[in-house]
Design a protein around this ligand. Sequence first.
Ligand SMILES: NC(=O)c1ccc[n+]([C@@H]2O[C@H](COP(=O)([O-])OP(=O)(O)OC[C@H]3O[C@@H](n4cnc5c(N)ncnc54)[C@H](OP(=O)(O)O)[C@@H]3O)[C@@H](O)[C@H]2O)c1
Length: 223
Amino acid sequence: MELAILGGTGDIGEGLAMRFASDTEHTITVGSRDAAKASERARAYEEQLSAHGIESAINGADNSSAAAGADVVILAIPPHHVGDTVEALTADDVLSDQLLISPAVGMSGDEDGLHYRPPSTGSVTEFVAERAPDSVPVAGAFHNLAADRLADLEATLDVDTLVVADDPAVSERVVTLTADLAGVRPIPAGPLSNAAEVESLTPLLINIARYNEGMHDVGVTFN
Ligand SMILES: NC(=O)c1ccc[n+]([C@@H]2O[C@H](COP(=O)([O-])OP(=O)(O)OC[C@H]3O[C@@H](n4cnc5c(N)ncnc54)[C@H](OP(=O)(O)O)[C@@H]3O)[C@@H](O)[C@H]2O)c1
């Protein structure tokens, strides 16, 4: 499968690229607004993987080229820019039947911690779905995974990630994709209208990490 990670030059993009490269046979393309930056980051990820004995070729491309050649597109982009990115891909007729996965969460911070700030649509995932063509399936996943922990290949994972999608078949595709990541258990959490509840766990986890020593990069498991 061809997997594109737009904004894959950033934190969660790096973490997902490292884990998908180490645990699956998918072809991974790191996307960026700047193709040269994407290629440079892809080489850096390959070097990190190689240092762990994993020889994996990772491509780098501008976001549009990365998405055009993909079966699955992960939107690893800050919440305030993910809508513009999807609109640009739509305007350029790049999107046809790719599955879009949003891990994005709207948050703002104050002296007490981070607070969930969804867009008026209710959640970033629904905001993405509004901006994508109707024919393009959209799901939410990976919101509650800590980027640093994913990127650290020495770290053993034992975390759950919640998957939202309107079409159960789309949810199942994301579950199947995610289940290949060692130590990551995907759990369906219903349609996109449930995305806000899923996204809102992220500021909670970050606040727990802040107020509890030794809980940096904490995740969730549902038992
Ligand atoms: N960090 C985490 O642990 C984590 C975990 C789960 C979910 N998330 C979510 O994942 C998303 C990305 O988080 P992150 O921490 O990886 O963010 P980040 O490192 O700050 O940014 C990711 C990438 O977004 C691209 N970007 C920045 N501004 C942009 C713009 N105006 N238009 C288009 N692309 C832009 C940049 O790539 P280029 O400059 O190369 O284009 C950047 O490398 C967020 O929505 C966040 O809520 C993060």
